[in-house]
Design a binder for this molecule. Structure first.
Ligand SMILES: [Zn+2]
Length: 300
């Protein structure tokens, strides 16, 4: 594991939810997995609210997420970071990429560009900044390689996989990848433990770290929690919020999902007791090898 800087060699993890709805089982799994991986190593666990996408933000969701984490006993270190307060750092990184000649203006709408590989339509057009649109980062035609703690070796060629990708949005705010990479580096995060749905974008984030001269943290992608229809639990699929359920029940279910079923002696134990047991027994090798697993029916 590469330390974030010479003076910080200790483990530092984080949970970084977006305030687009209440905490659901899938986000509890990500929060718990990253919390246990940090605490089992005597490390810090930070919390960042990723509120850079105003249209997707649900009023009250950020406060609700903090409240649910506290109720589950998932206590974070230091101050909560709100990503929107980090605009200056995001703009500085954007300027650095721009000055390095790595960006170009793209006026393709999302509909035209589509969800697949961007074919580079605007790459040679040299559109000026007076043209409204997003800014894309030129990718290299070479493999980006990393080793995920659970998924093993990953190698992707971004030119083939996704093409040049957006790092500054037409609405004039940073794209998710830029904000995540800049904020994780600033916080000195040494390992990112998160849901398996983000495994897909990790090479883009590593490439961005390389372009910005930032260290790459270690990565660990947890199994993705699926609903009864086999779709990813998400706010979009109206996953059940965990707010109405007893904290012990939610934690026990998430521990079972992560291959750490609490012993019978902990039946009815407090969240603090469950977490203390889990920290003492946490081993990545116990996590199911599947990249996606069904959530318990009553939590899906
Ligand atoms: Zn374009």
């Amino acid at each position: 594991m590469r330390p974030a800087s010479a003076e910080t060699t200790a483990y530092r993890g984080r949970f970084a939810p977006s305030p687009s709805g209440d905490l659901h089982f899938g986000s509890v799994v990500a929060a718990l997995g990253s919390f246990l991986q940090a605490r089992a190593q005597g490390g810090e666990w930070l919390l960042r609210i990723e509120n850079i996408d105003p249209p997707r933000e649900v009023p009250g969701a950020a406060a609700s997420i903090l409240h649910q984490l506290e109720r589950l006993g998932l206590c974070w270190d230091g101050e909560v970071v709100y990503q929107r307060d980090r605009e200056e750092a995001h703009r500085a990184a954007f300027a650095e990429l721009k000055n390095a000649g790595l960006l170009y203006r793209c006026r393709c709408s999302r509909r035209v560009a589509g969800p697949g590989r961007y074919p580079g339509t605007c790459a040679q057009a040299q559109l000026g900044k007076e043209v409204s649109g997003a800014d894309r980062l030129r990718v290299d035609n070479r493999p980006i390689v990393f080793t995920d703690a659970l998924r093993g070796a990953v190698s992707e060629n971004l030119a083939e996989r996704c093409g040049d990708f957006v790092i500054w949005r037409a609405e004039n705010w940073p794209a998710y990848h830029l904000a995540v990479v800049v904020d994780d580096a600033a916080a000195g995060i040494t390992e990112i433990v998160r849901g398996g749905d983000l495994l897909d974008v990790t090479t883009r984030q590593i490439y961005l770290q390389q372009c910005l001269g930032l260290p790459s943290p270690a990565y660990c992608h947890l199994p993705l929690a699926l609903d009864l229809d086999g779709a990813k639990l998400s706010k979009q699929t109206q996953a059940a919020p965990v707010s109405g359920l007893a904290a012990e029940r939610v934690l026990s279910a998430a521990l079972r999902f992560l291959g750490h079923p609490p012993p019978d002696s902990l039946l009815g134990a407090t969240p603090e007791a469950l977490l203390a047991w889990a920290v003492a027994h946490w081993r990545l090798a116990l996590i199911p090898p599947d990249d996606r697993c069904p959530a318990p029916a009553d939590l899906a």
